[in-house]
Design a binder for this molecule. Structure first.
Ligand SMILES: Cc1ncc(COP(=O)(O)O)c(C=O)c1O
Length: 406
């Protein structure tokens, strides 16, 4: 007999007791998709997963041994909410390559940058608060802020990312709690905001006294072109910058970070205390050890080479196998490209067909907070599948599209 059987008076009516905000909370489509696509025979372009065969396992193992041998009493103990000091020092220092030197007190270590998005929501969003984002936008941000009952003011993207010209029109009507920007190799669109647009955005933010939330998980993964200064270096007084070790080292460690003015860090720290007291001390020490010993730098170089090749292969395969009328972005870095299918195909409608053909992607509408766009688009990840599977998967998708057009 299960302990979860109904009570003698019938099922418990717990729905009536739920918080109002749960009406806005839905399971992430991607998490659900990942479950379907975990079957090994499916070639999945759906997740934002790094290539697991490249994880620096031996180096992480060495770091674990070292930490447990030399620093176990620190590693296994509770620690400061702000994060492990040597890691914060390393991160503060690493920002100086952008001509901008925060102090470790400007840094808060988070449980992935997903937690940073949640903490920013917890700190800045009341029910019905407007927040501004480009469109499409990162699904995990939508999910985090829906729970705080945010209202999304959206700005379209073009090939260079957020159309900053449109920001001022909206801001004149209503001041958002923050402007969410994905400047490098946008998830899902693959676009990069040129320096000029970053400066223009900073100008608007200064004029209207606004806060910018700069989410930058992919900045180090550039395959061509020159690095562009982060917005945080142009306006540190009003930018909350988010970074993470997920895409450049290992997402399983769940180590991200926030760089922001000290008054904002203080507020975020209070929010984090209620959430998890602090991020795993041990994991922070692993990230720190790997970074300080130069392993991270070498690893980034390695994954850049591999992912850059996979991106090229995916684009070549799209050119070869997809029907006329399709198009896609050519990201200069990151993990994703955004592909458009010919009219009248709908990427949600053909998803089951794709899975039946053992290939998966994320339908574009998931990246629209109100689910009202992106029907002709899909997000394709090129980092996780092997080179052979990148080509084969795009071939299979091409067949599904051509059949759908018949
Ligand atoms: C734009 C963006 N922000 C935040 C995250 C969250 O990353 P993590 O919590 O693993 O650091 C992701 C992950 O895909 C992302 O693409």
């Amino acid at each position: 007999m299960t302990i979860y059987a109904n009570s003698p008076d019938g099922p418990v009516n717990w729905e009536r007791l739920l918080a109002h905000r749960t009406q806005n909370m839905h399971g992430s489509a991607i998490r659900e998709l990942l479950k379907i696509t975990q079957e090994p025979s499916i070639i999945s372009f759906a997740g934002g997963l790094p290539a697991p065969e490249l994880f620096p396992v031996r180096e992480i193992e060495e770091a674990c041994h070292y930490i447990l041998r030399e620093q176990a009493k620190i590693a296994l103990q509770y620690s400061a909410t702000e994060g492990y000091r040597p890691l914060r020092e390393y991160l503060a220092d690493s920002m100086s390559k952008y001509g901008f030197t925060p102090s470790p007190d400007n840094i808060l270590i988070t449980t992935g940058s997903q937690q940073a998005l949640d903490l920013v929501g917890k700190t800045f969003i009341d029910p019905d608060s407007p927040i501004m984002t480009g469109l499409p936008t990162y699904l995990g941000a939508i999910q985090a802020w829906r729970a705080y009952e945010a209202r999304f003011l959206t700005v379209p993207l073009d090939k260079d990312g957020m159309i900053v010209d449109k920001v001022e029109e909206i801001v004149k009507q209503e001041i958002p709690r923050f402007i969410y920007v994905l400047p490098n190799f946008h998830n899902p669109a693959g676009t990069t905001l040129p320096e000029e647009r970053r400066r223009q955005l900073v100008e608007i933010a200064r004029k209207y006294d606004l806060i910018i939330l700069e989410d930058d998980p992919y900045g180090a993964l550039r395959y061509e072109g020159e690095d562009i200064l982060p917005i945080a270096s142009m306006a540190p007084e009003r930018t909350i910058y988010l970074g993470t070790f997920s895409k450049i080292l290992a997402p399983g460690l769940r180590i991200g970070y926030i760089v922001a003015p000290a008054e904002i860090i203080t507020r975020l720290v209070q929010g984090k205390q209620g959430a998890d007291l602090h991020s795993s001390t041990f994991d922070q020490m692993i990230a720190n050890d790997v970074a300080q010993r130069g392993i991270l730098k070498a690893h980034i170089k390695k994954i850049r080479d591999t992912y850059g090749k996979r991106r090229d292969l995916m684009i070549e395969a799209l050119e070869e196998f997809w029907p006329e009328g399709s198009n896609w972005t050519r990201p200069h870095g990151g993990l994703f490209l955004w592909a458009r299918v010919p009219h009248p195909l709908n990427t949600s409608d053909i998803f089951d067909k794709a899975v039946a053909n053992k290939v998966a992607y994320v339908p574009g509408c998931n990246f629209f907070p109100y689910g009202d766009g992106g029907f002709d688009a899909m997000r394709l990840n090129f980092s996780n599948a092997s080179e052979a599977n990148v080509v084969e998967g795009i071939h299979r998708l091409g067949k599904v599209l051509k059949e759908g057009l018949r």
